[in-house]
Ligand binder design. Structure first.
Ligand SMILES: Nc1ncnc2c1ncn2[C@@H]1O[C@H](COP(=O)(O)OP(=O)(O)OP(=O)(O)O)[C@@H](O)[C@H]1O
Length: 251
């Protein structure tokens, strides 16, 4: 790497994160890596600390101790909007779409508000995101008229339109029917194959087992187990290995 080059993409990492609310220790020193090219899942019972960890990683909350790193850079003290400009995007469990705006305009807000894309790149990103989500026919429809499943896909699209390198997804499958879940699974796998780092906080174990490369299980503010998905000699892994071999050969 020559001076001035961007640092190597290592993704997002939380290190020894602690968060207390009064007497409750929501995070008791949690470490997690969310590397590029992989879907990292986080699961566990209600109250385990998943949302708190998610908020500390996204920047919605500051941890009391520990660090958050993005491609090796310490972003622990950076606010959400600065993290967004650096390539971090998140979705909300409570949907954050604007009901009065059309589908396309919701995506445009997502594309522009992170401050990563100029107007032309934002246009391109809106068109690409409509295509990726299969929402082209609904582009001019006000979000208020859409059913929950479609709104949830739009919520994902809002994050995706900013062309992030790291995507933090809070229960993206909640409220989706089987067909929409299928579309979501294929889309998330494609995003990881494309080199993005994806964190999936999810209760849908079947979805996790199908698409995640690594599954972290939390309880009582700790990560109990991090299991490499066994079915996971997935295409993304093979492609990354080939890309790494090519890079090592200087090809
Ligand atoms: N703002 C807060 N104030 C006080 N306690 C909180 C706050 N947020 C979370 N907690 C507590 O911290 C612990 C972890 O909560 P958190 O919401 O992170 O768990 P979770 O795994 O995301 O649960 P769920 O699946 O229900 O969303 C719980 O005991 C919760 O009551």
């Amino acid at each position: 790497m020559s001076p001035g080059d961007a640092p190597p993409a290592t993704g997002l990492s939380g290190q020894a994160l602690v968060r207390r609310y009064g007497g409750v220790t929501a995070l008791g020193g949690v470490s997690i890596d969310v590397p590029p090219g992989r879907i990292t899942a986080l699961t566990g019972p209600n109250g385990a600390g998943k949302s708190t960890l998610f908020r500390c990683l996204s920047g919605a909350e500051r941890p009391d101790a520990g660090q958050v790193l993005l491609d090796g850079r310490d972003i622990t003290r950076l606010p959400e909007y600065t993290r967004a400009r650096l390539g971090l995007a998140r979705t909300f469990q409570q949907l954050a779409v604007f009901p009065g705006l059309t589908v396309a305009d919701n995506l445009r807000v997502g594309a522009e508000q992170a401050g990563r894309l100029g107007p032309r790149a934002a246009d391109f990103s809106v068109a690409r995101t409509l295509r990726q989500l299969g929402l082209e026919a609904l582009a001019d429809r006000p979000a208020a008229l859409l059913p929950t499943g479609t709104l949830r896909l739009l919520e994902l699209g809002r994050a995706l339109a900013a062309d992030p390198t790291v995507l933090l997804l809070d229960e993206p499958a909640a409220g989706l029917d089987a067909e929409e879940t299928e579309l979501l699974a294929a889309l998330l796998s494609a995003l990881a194959e494309d080199g993005r780092a994806v964190l999936l906080v999810e209760h849908d174990r079947e979805l996790i087992d199908r698409i995640a490369h690594r599954v972290h299980t939390m309880s009582a503010g700790r990560i109990d187990a991090a299991v490499e998905a066994t079915a996971a000699e997935r295409p993304a892994d093979e492609e990354r290995a080939t890309a790494e071999e090519r890079a090592a050969d200087g090809r």
